[in-house]
Design a protein around this ligand. Sequence first.
Ligand code: ADP
Length: 529
Amino acid sequence: MTIHHDKLAYGRLARTSEEMTDNQIEDILKELSSGDEKYILAIDQGTTSTRAIVFDRRGTIVARAQQEFPQIYPKPGWVEHSPQDIMGSTVAVTGEAMVRAGLSAQDISAIGITNQRETTLVWDRKTGKPVYNAIVWQCRRTADYCDALRRDGFAEKIYNKTGLVPDAYFSATKIKWILDNVDGARERAERGELVFGTVDTFVLWQLSKGKIFATDYTNASRTMLFNIHTLRWDEELLRLFDIPASMLPQVYPSSYLFGCTDPRLFGSAIPVCGVVGDQQAALFGQLCTKKGDVKNTYGTGCFLLMNTGDRAVKSQNGLVTTLGATVEGKPCYVLEGSVFVGGAVVQWLRDEMRIISSSDDSETQALKVKDSGGVYVVPAFTGLGAPYWDPSARGTVTGITRGTSREHIVRAALEGIAYEVCDLVQAMEKDAGIKITQLAVDGGACKNDFLMQFQADLLDCTAVRPKVAETTALGAAYLAGLNAGCWSGIEEIKKNFEVERTFTPNMGEGDRINLLNGWRAAVKKATLK
Ligand code: ADP
């Protein structure tokens, strides 16, 4: 352990939350006095699986463990998770990752938690027992209520306070649903017996056996109850949604000593020094820490986030404004846009069209032709999001001729992902008044070299793929490790950050304009219903 580690860790103790017990503080002091190499463990509690990854101080992966858990669909459009599955998988993968790394709890400097955002739990303050399953972000059960909010003219007020558009994704209407529909819940909540948390808060509570009741700015900003300008829970919104303020956790910065895990769980207590929502974790893991830095995650869907520094940018194009993680001081503001169907179009080619044998095969097929032969695939399977916002749009293939082959279709489908992201990038550039010159990329589909090169060409900017593809877990580990004093600051982390490949644009202006015009014409056909 280096001198700066000690200094920073003592500084961390000074900033400790009041709720910490003497035992917890003693544990941290013990950690400070040990001179061994220390590791950081990131818990990534995602929508379909929970992962734990152990990183060393170079940001290299030492070991990982992963467990999938069941999705519960009680009715069409409803999605739930069992709280026991969330916690069971979290504890299991954390223990397993330590065993795989050959480490004990004392070797872990800090835990960083990142999580599926917006997913909502309500539990008993005394027993920790949830009153209902976790209502998952994708769940549409409160969509009609959100339509009514919009009809009744609340959209602007909600947007001005929270940066969000009224939608069933966000936690507020899910909490209200639980209070209105679970027997006795409202009365118990009003008596102060029930608490609310997003997944980070629930995991923190359970790992500390009820000692920590907290969240961070990035998760709070996705509840639709948090004022992103005053950085407080908003009383007016709490009244609107009829949610008692006593249910809400304390909000802290993402890089902060939240407390320690219960020593009975992993053999000894481990400090939890980072909490961050998954997309903001990826933004931080890509080291997009300066104003104008942008990352795109190519997963099932795509998530584009831009750090806009201390300025909360108002979107004219249907993007949302949210809070991002910083190491010190106030959180930064972030502009966020998403594409519903990204890598999922590749799954569709494989599982429904059956014209590729694997996701990787999409690249092999696409490279067999020199272009898409005038074919465009608009992957609007569930409608189009920003900047079009047309829920009735549907997937469309245009430009088919007698010579069109399956390779053209595959290529056009991959290109479709890049066009969607290009639309988002252009909307973001307009809103922020910032020209994007570099895009940090991650997620499952970013390993497709063809897609990344086409993306760089379309955007006329470089696409940078990092060596450690697990940027979400890495972001949580950086935030925790910075608080625990594993690094002196962002600059030290930047020195260790390794780029795997940079894609440089290589397309003439004329070609780019022609392709984009063709895409716009295809989108028109997808939306003309
Ligand atoms: P999520 O976190 O949303 O589950 P991942 O980041 O694991 O998603 O990425 C999975 C997605 O990436 C899938 O939709 C899959 O089709 C796509 N994908 C995986 N490999 C490739 C590839 N080589 N080319 C294109 N898409 C790919």
